[in-house]
Design a protein around this ligand. Structure first.
Ligand SMILES: [Zn+2]
Length: 212
């Protein structure tokens, strides 16, 4: 069913959400020669650990998306302040409408509607408004999701999982958080694989499915 989806857009509230939520699927899509665009809405400058340069997470994003195989020109990191997205809803919506006009994606991956982080909520809600004519899948961020429905799965192979792990490991600013560990990423992929009888998978919540 994804064969017809050629232009895929990843919306990440913060640099690293796309890698964690969908890195294995992105690696697979790149292999399948799909055109991938990645937009992060914040380089999370304010939450950069002390002693690191403010643009550290931005640089990590460029490295991580390159590992996933996304073209540099297709990666954009916007400058919304972390944890303050609710104050910028209209600006964020307008950015999304610009992105929709530029890219005309036929699949959008974004946080799930049930994500409880305030910045993720804004990207999910405004993303729904901006891309309502497009198929949308919400990715899994287990520590933020209250009622995540595992309604879609994408098979991934060991090589895709390894690429995801290497991409997530680029986020040195996030080291110390459990989700950047190989154990966690691997066990989640195994869990999702068990649900559908394959070794590894990533799961998504179907927000909208459009068949043309
Ligand atoms: Zn985030």
């Amino acid at each position: 069913m994804l064969d017809h989806k050629k232009r895929i857009l990843i919306l990440a509230p913060h640099a690293d959400d796309g890698e964690f939520g969908a890195g294995g699927s992105i690696a697979r899509f790149v292999e399948e020669k799909k055109e991938i665009n990645y937009i992060a809405f914040s380089g999370a400058e304010k939450s950069t650990p002390k002693g690191m340069s403010k643009d550290a997470r931005r640089k990590e994003t460029m490295k991580a998306t390159a590992i996933l195989g996304i073209k540099r020109d297709n990666v954009e990191v916007l400058k919304y302040p972390v944890r303050e997205f609710p104050h910028y809803r209209q600006d964020i919506l307008e950015d999304m409408i610009r992105i929709e006009n530029d890219i005309k994606p036929d699949l959008v991956l974004l946080p799930a509607i049930s994500d409880t982080h305030q910045d993720h909520q804004v990207i999910a809600a405004e993303g729904f408004r901006a891309f309502k004519k497009t198929t949308m899948l919400g990715y899994e961020v287990p520590w933020n999701n209250l009622n995540f429905t595992t309604s879609a799965f994408i098979h991934i192979e060991e090589r895709h999982l390894e690429t995801k792990i290497n991409a997530v490991k680029c986020f040195i600013t996030q080291l110390g958080r459990i989700y950047v560990t190989e154990d966690f990423i691997r066990s989640l992929a195994l869990t999702r694989g068990v649900q559908i009888g394959t070794k590894y998978a990533e799961t998504f919540e179907v927000i909208r499915w459009v068949v043309k």
